[in-house]
Design a binder for this molecule. Structure first.
Ligand SMILES: *[C@@H]1O[C@H](CO)[C@@H](O)[C@H](O)[C@H]1NC(C)=O
Ligand SMILES: *[C@@H]1O[C@H](CO)[C@@H](O)[C@H](O)[C@H]1NC(C)=O
Ligand SMILES: *[C@@H]1O[C@H](CO)[C@@H](O)[C@H](O)[C@H]1NC(C)=O
Ligand SMILES: *[C@@H]1O[C@H](CO)[C@@H](O)[C@H](O)[C@H]1NC(C)=O
Ligand SMILES: *[C@@H]1O[C@H](CO)[C@@H](O)[C@H](O)[C@H]1NC(C)=O
Ligand SMILES: *[C@@H]1O[C@H](CO)[C@@H](O)[C@H](O)[C@H]1NC(C)=O
Ligand SMILES: *[C@@H]1O[C@H](CO)[C@@H](O)[C@H](O)[C@H]1NC(C)=O
Ligand SMILES: *[C@@H]1O[C@H](CO)[C@@H](O)[C@H](O)[C@H]1NC(C)=O
Ligand SMILES: *[C@@H]1O[C@H](CO)[C@@H](O)[C@H](O)[C@H]1NC(C)=O
Length: 590
């Protein structure tokens, strides 16, 4: 057993056994890299090295706290060390729509002042009548391990994916993705010089790059990073939109603003050239040099299951790859597509680990998330020692608000979540249980609810997406069709266990009453319910096989991935019935 931050983490022997399959014999170090290095949704990785420490920051959308920050000293073993935005004064997500919120970060270090900078964008709204782009900002810290960044300092320009670059003469550049106007939305890379203490512009914003694709609204050059490498400036960007056409391209030039010479080998990362590859949507890269002179890059990618982009329920994960140089241009992963296994480099060790929290600690470890910024605390680890007590609030899981819901990311397509709950509902509105959750609209639940006669029953809710209406497909009036089923329970109080068993294409949601270990699974769903339109992709057939994957016209966003959750709700009314959870167990399978 190992203790991590006061949480009891038990390595299950069956899983430890599965790990050793990957490394021929115990104790033998096998070279190879297992991707994704950050399993479970972790899009838009920004990659940084300071001395012997590596850091990655990723996007978090409407989850709170925002911007997970991971640390490693060997590029293999990554640990979540905190979040860039963990105070409401930094991030107030109230009513923020699905997949708005916190977008791509840029994590940088200014050595002369020993300060970390995390540039970020909070998109608080994106509805049809609010067509403006967001205003990016940055937070700073001198101690990245203290998990306490400054309040935001705002840039002036409207745009997102802002990068900060310090030139050798002391000039500081902000570089971002902006658009020409809010109607045509032709995206380009823009830049200005800024005062890094105030965020104020020192020069007018300049369009510095159109990208390498035809200059229309689908080209979407974004995610810029500026580097100075051996006296040459480089501009690395993502292009093609965040779906199957997503890619990385690189330019170089004599100044941080260009003019740019395009790499003849662009795109330098584009798995979408072969839609049969097991990793897709690759792009949004960031690169760095290790102390030994080797170079490494990170990018996001999805892993469609059953050869289908309708099964990408884990969302966009973080991948690592070696970078080499030829003729002054970086080559990603030796020119090969991004893969789940890259032989010959680093250590062949799965990043997956089982997680067991028996709630003996009086604080929650990192890795738990709220949906949007909590108005106030709704859970306690001390009210009933040994239990996670969830007090209800009036919001339900389908509300665009802050229900009493705690989430942890699913980390493997095959993964089982289990918990045990004590809950005595008082009315037929008081309900507590578990969920496999993407967003307000994409979630499937199994819970205990009052039966209206002093007893209690199991309720299951399956949510299926319907066709959306409105110019931005964001009028959610009839967007979800919910199927609700009830199953009587024999007890009025006492424990109920829940299990959610995920596999590559589905989930089974089950319960066991009292001391029973015999789980019943009244709800099974296809995992496409957590990854299909209007938020994901649709498939196009040529008659025999899938030939193409696209987003449908107004399909909205699909930026996150699945998480397991526990919740307690009064379904629109306050509820006095607490729900006490005894443990949280996630068992991923390789
Ligand atoms: C991974 O890193 C963490 C934090 O530094 C450390 O506690 C843990 O022992 C490491 N695990 C392995 C297998 O090296
Ligand atoms: C965290 O940072 C804020 C803002 O810089 C500061 O006011 C506060 O005292 C810090 N809190 C802790 C616990 O260090
Ligand atoms: C942009 O150009 C590409 C390539 O020619 C094309 O496939 C795409 O449909 C165009 N998008 C728009 C909005 O015209
Ligand atoms: C930078 O220049 C040094 C010295 O010529 C060389 O060893 C190194 O490989 C170069 N690095 C890159 C990324 O080109
Ligand atoms: C595309 O990827 C599949 C799966 O890895 C592979 O079998 C096939 O040969 C690739 N096609 C091309 C043209 O490279
Ligand atoms: C998996 O793919 C096969 C072949 O396309 C298909 O027949 C099957 O229905 C798929 N399974 C699921 C669960 O989607
Ligand atoms: C809950 O109980 C009230 C009052 O008895 C009843 O009107 C309502 O239909 C019930 N709702 C459900 C979902 O059972
Ligand atoms: C949703 O509403 C639109 C517009 O009223 C309608 O055309 C569509 O059929 C509805 N979809 C469903 C699944 O009810
Ligand atoms: C995956 O889970 C679903 C839902 O429980 C189930 O219907 C399906 O049979 C499972 N597939 C496999 C291969 O076990």
């Amino acid at each position: 057993m190992i203790f991590v931050r006061g949480v009891l983490a038990v390595v299950l022997s069956s899983i430890a056994g599965a790990f050793s399959i990957a490394s021929n014999a115990p104790g033998v170090r096998v070279l190879g890299l297992i991707n994704p290095i950050l399993p479970g949704w972790n899009p838009d990785p920004s990659f940084l090295r300071v001395g012997g420490d590596y850091f990655i920051a990723t996007s978090s959308f409407e989850y709170f706290p925002g911007h997970p920050i991971y640390h490693s000293t060997d590029l293999v073993n990554w640990t979540l060390i905190g979040h860039g935005l963990n105070r409401p004064s930094q991030l107030s997500l109230f009513g923020t729509p699905i997949d708005a919120g916190i977008w791509a970060p840029s994590l940088r270090y200014h050595a002369p002042t020993e300060t970390f900078y995390l540039a970020s964008t909070a998109r608080y709204a994106y509805t049809a009548e609010y067509r403006l782009f967001p205003r990016s900002f940055f937070v700073t810290t001198k101690d990245i391990f203290a998990d306490n960044w400054s309040d935001p300092i705002y840039f002036d320009a409207l745009g997102y994916d802002t990068d900060i670059f310090w030139d050798t003469n002391g000039d500081v550049y902000a570089t971002w993705s902006g658009n020409n106007n809010a109607i045509d939305k032709i995206y380009s890379i823009y830049q200005n010089k800024i005062d890094i203490t105030t965020g104020n512009p020192l020069t007018a914003a300049e369009l510095i790059f159109h990208g390498t694709l035809p200059d229309n609204s689908t080209a979407r050059p974004e995610g810029p990073h500026v580097y100075l490498i051996n006296g040459t400036y480089y501009l690395l960007i993502a292009e093609g939109g965040s779906g199957p056409e997503h890619r990385s391209t690189i330019q170089r030039g004599p100044t941080p603003s260009g003019p740019w010479e395009s790499n003849p080998n662009n795109p330098i990362l584009f798995n979408g050239a072969n839609l049969s590859l097991p990793v897709q949507w690759t792009g949004h890269s960031d690169i760095l040099e290790a102390p030994d002179g080797s170079w490494w890059g990170t990018a996001l990618g999805v892993r469609p299951q059953n050869d289908s982009m309708n099964h990408i329920q884990l969302g966009r994960e973080t991948f690592l790859f070696p970078v080499t140089w030829e003729d002054g241009w970086p080559i990603f992963n030796h020119g090969q597509p991004l893969a789940e296994h890259i032989p010959g480099v680093l250590e062949d060790k799965s990043p997956l680990a089982p997680y067991l929290n028996d709630f003996v600690s009086t604080s929650l470890d990192l890795g738990f998330y709220f949906l949007r910024t909590p108005y106030k605390t709704f859970y306690s680890l001390t009210a009933r020692p040994g239990f996670l007590r969830m007090n209800a609030n009036s919001f339900a899981l389908g509300d665009r608000d802050n229900p009493a819901l705690l989430l942890r990311k699913q980390t493997s397509y095959e993964e089982t979540f289990e918990t045990q709950m004590d809950f005595a509902p008082q009315t037929n509105l008081t309900e507590a249980g578990v969920t496999i959750f993407y967003s307000d609209l994409l979630h499937n639940d199994i819970a205990v609810v009052g039966d209206g006669n002093g007893g209690r029953q199991i309720v299951t809710r399956m949510n299926v997406q319907a066709v959306q209406v409105g110019p931005w497909s964001l009028t959610y009036t009839n967007s979800t069709i919910t199927t609700t089923n009830f199953i009587p329970l024999t007890t009025k109080t006492g424990p109920v266990k829940f299990q959610i068993i995920g596999n590559s294409t589905g989930y089974a949601l089950g319960y066991a009453e009292g001391d029973s270990e015999d789980f019943v699974f009244p709800l099974t769903i296809d995992s496409e319910l957590l990854s299909i339109p209007p938020f994901g992709c649709v498939k196009y057939f040529d008659g025999h096989a899938v030939t193409d994957w696209r987003r449908i016209g107004n399909s909205g966003f699909f930026f996150k991935g699945a998480a397991f959750g526990v919740y307690n709700t009064g379904n629109g009314k306050p509820s006095l019935a607490p729900a006490d959870f005894e443990y949280w167990k996630q068992t991923p399978v390789l």
